[in-house]
Design a protein around this ligand. Sequence first.
Ligand code: AMP
Length: 543
Amino acid sequence: MLGLMQDRPLLISQIIDFAAEYYGDVEIVSRAVEGPVHRYTYRDAHHRAKKLAEALQSLGIKLGDRVGTVAWNGYRHFELYYAVSGIGAVLHTLNPRLSPEHVAYIANHAEDQVIFVDLNLVPVVEAVIGQLKTVRHVIVMTDRAHMPKDSKIANLLCYEELIADKPGTLAWPTFDERTASSLCYTSGTTGNPKGVLYSHRSTVLHSIMMTSGPVLALNPDNTILPVVPMFHANAWGLVYGAPMSGCKLVFPGFRLDGASVYELLDSEDVDVSAGVPTVWLALLNYCEQNGKKLSKMKRTLIGGSAVPHAMISRFWKEHGTDVVHGWGMTEMSPVGTITRFNRGERALPDEQRFEIQAKQGRPVFGVEMKIVDDAGNDLPKDGKASGNLLVRGPWIVNGYMKGEGTAGFTKDGWFHTGDVSKLEPDGSMVITDRSKDVIKSGGEWISTIDLENAAMGHPAVAEAAVIGIQHPKWDERPLLIVQLKAGANAGKQDILDFVKDRVAKWWLPDDVAFVDAIPHGATGKVLKTELRRTFKDYTLPTA
Ligand code: AMP
């Protein structure tokens, strides 16, 4: 017997309608690419999103068409999120930090019809314009006064001109909630990037989950600044979760250095933020060097890479900010687990709390996970066995765009994350490694994440990365690569002595190499592929 409840589709347009009606006066503040700080409200954003939707229709954009964006976090990008998906087209957020080859590949693969681009990112599109096969228009997200005077792109359109004469009276169309809403490509560190196609249903469900009490507990008292880009899995869902919850939204634009982020956090009274560890490292160091305190920021969601124990401790001890450690993937919309204190745990002493926060967290409601061995057999959730992590749930991919990457999916509906992890009896998940980064030494696995975490606890270490180096006896042994803090001094032995007390004896790296800068990819992750290239001829000392 079926339930007797209304089957109203879950649509993204409902989020902006709701915010405009019930949180109409709440502000969206953006550091505009043109320079000044821009302010308006959800009511204004709603009206302009409708004008933009009308403009898109006048450009011939219809249900299912892909609309590319090459843009930072800002109010016009926000309008695109709602205008494009609102009319049933697909918002394709491109990462401007990718190589021109990848940008061209992705735009062609997605068959983008038009591309919206931020003023200072026009060169990214110019670099590939000759290779774009389906793009009919390029629209610069600015007003007439700021439009580029001469560009390699013929007939550049101007965003403000495009929407100026539109009435903004459109009624959002209704369609199946499983309709595609947005598209984000994986980072493609190995092989070509693959397209992850979100639906209205998956997006709305993921957003409700993000705002819920055990996850971010968002409400109209909160001011959120997503440092995580809107091109990285929809800013982890906050572009939808904030208006849903009536939060004030602050967009940092393209200035993500410590000083700029600090200034906005402070002047706009931000109490919740989100971003990858590298951004926070810059902010913590800026605060330390300039005697600044994050007095208002109560919580920050950090993920995308493992959050070092030292970062959790610094945030709490130096600023009273609670780190919410999250793990997920573009393929998971992206959030799968989050640090959540179970009953009684919040009252634990600092160090014990930090231990819990340094794990990747407990699954959010809606995400199921299990670990399996290489033959696909289930492994126990005992905190000892470590295996390939599989997930399933209503906001997790079912397949990649155009049927690619089928090996990632099991016949019975699980998705292979490519991560190796342990599942603990208390429900926590701990990532040991990305499966391609794991070091196999004498038949056993060494966790590069644990080693990096230990090294980053050393006061002189800014960042650390571990890779495996071929070894005649053990197959592979770990090499610790270290970037020291500016002006800090520490030798190899000093760092090894520090790490020795924190990891199993046989895990101790065979050597330490110092570099000026650890390389990062387009979404802020350490580029181990590049490190492996740099150190491909490295020979470990024979001791
Ligand atoms: P992306 O799709 O670019 O967000 O990358 C997803 C991958 O980033 C995951 O499969 C993990 O390997 C890694 N990752 C994300 N969050 C964490 C975390 N908290 N700890 C360790 N690795 C993480």
